[in-house]
Design a protein around this ligand. Structure first.
Ligand code: FNR
Length: 324
């Protein structure tokens, strides 16, 4: 049942068309005399107290079915080759039934020294969190908070008020960094400040503009459209959280191409997560996926040349224009 749901999420997500989103309203001034050559640009970035080759990562998606295992295998090979952080999909299915553990641990097999992030819902207990981390020898743990999805999903949870206490317990008792993420509806500064008060330091705003889980769950349940426009866009979530201190804010939700990565970094994201983009790459042969990823990286560098910025840290200082 849960395994079938994983495959349905993959199929529905692949079916959703790539739309316009708030990133299209952000633009930059063009200055015709770049200060750097393409070869001067470095994408190396520090986050989660670690150095990464690139300011973007493979965000949480899957595990728990045969298809999911193959997706995790291909994406973790890419993660290994490029040095990308990879967040796995929710491991609760493998905590309930150990026979699914290999659909997640394949990510560690293919990427023995990489930075891999475990994933569970805010219902997880400390002991479940420890098991999820152990299953993949994780470097960090991400906890997804997905109230909209749960409320629409036929088999979804309808109890939420214990989430905050649960997250506090996990943060206090787990010795790897804990990232709290949404799944496409955004984290407001009110939410981030509440979570900071209980000790969370890492956030992925995962806002509206890309994969839409209201629409996915409506499709799965055969519902009429409900709450499909709910949520804070990734752009607005980043702007709302621009002044957050003592925390690292990552961006995901609707990052479609290299220009969106750069825009998210300019808007203050420490790193940028992509799910749908990598789900599509996972449908290609490994060699083609690699070529596409290399192009994507080159495109980020080309945009940085145009902005006369040679390191990702300096992107935060670039002025931007919001189109009305
Ligand atoms: C997801 N996402 C997700 N997130 C999470 O924390 N745990 C999970 O198990 C899943 N599962 C999942 C499956 C599939 C097929 C997709 C496409 C996505 C949500 C994901 O991490 C991200 O927050 C959203 O997809 C928004 O990013 P994109 O897809 O617009 O880049």
């Amino acid at each position: 049942m849960q395994s079938k749901r994983k495959d349905e999420h993959i199929a529905e997500a692949l079916n959703q068309e790539v739309k316009m989103n708030d990133f299209d309203n952000i633009s930059f001034m063009h200055h015709a005399l770049p200060k750097y050559d393409l070869k001067d640009i470095s994408l190396k970035t520090m986050y989660l107290n670690s150095e990464f080759n690139y300011p973007f990562y493979i965000n949480a998606m899957t595990g728990g079915s045969k298809k999911a295992k193959e997706i995790n295998r291909k994406l973790s090979k890419l993660a290994n080759e490029f040095g990308l952080m990879m967040v796995l999909g929710s491991q609760s299915i493998a905590i309930k039934d150990g026979s699914y553990a290999d659909t997640f641990s394949v990510a560690r097999q293919e990427n023995p020294n990489g930075y891999i992030v475990a994933n569970l819902s805010a219902n997880a207990t400390v002991s479940e969190a420890k098991k999820a981390i152990q299953m993949i020898d994780a470097n960090a743990l991400s906890i997804h908070i997905n109230s909209v999805q749960e409320l629409i999903m036929v088999e979804g949870d309808i109890e939420f008020k214990h989430w905050k206490e649960n997250i506090r317990e996990i943060v206090q008792n787990i010795d790897v960094p804990v990232i709290v993420k949404e799944v496409g509806f955004g984290l407001s500064s009110v939410t981030i400040n509440e979570l900071k008060d209980i000790g969370v330091k890492y956030f992925d705003v995962s806002g509206k503009g890309g994969t839409n889980f209201a629409s996915i769950e409506n499709q799965r349940g055969g519902n009429l459209p409900f709450l499909e426009d709910w949520g804070i866009s990734t752009v607005n979530a980043l702007i709302d959280n621009k002044n957050v201190t003592d925390a690292e804010v990552f961006a995901s939700g609707g990052i479609r191409h290299a220009l969106d990565v750069v825009k998210a970094l300019v808007l203050g994201a420490k790193a940028v997560g992509l799910s749908k983009f990598f789900l599509e790459l996972s449908e290609y042969s490994y060699d083609l996926a690699k070529v596409e990823l290399e192009l994507f990286i080159q495109n980020i560098k080309k945009i940085m040349v145009l902005l006369s910025v040679d390191t990702t840290q300096k992107l935060r200082e670039v002025p931007y224009i919001i189109k009305k």
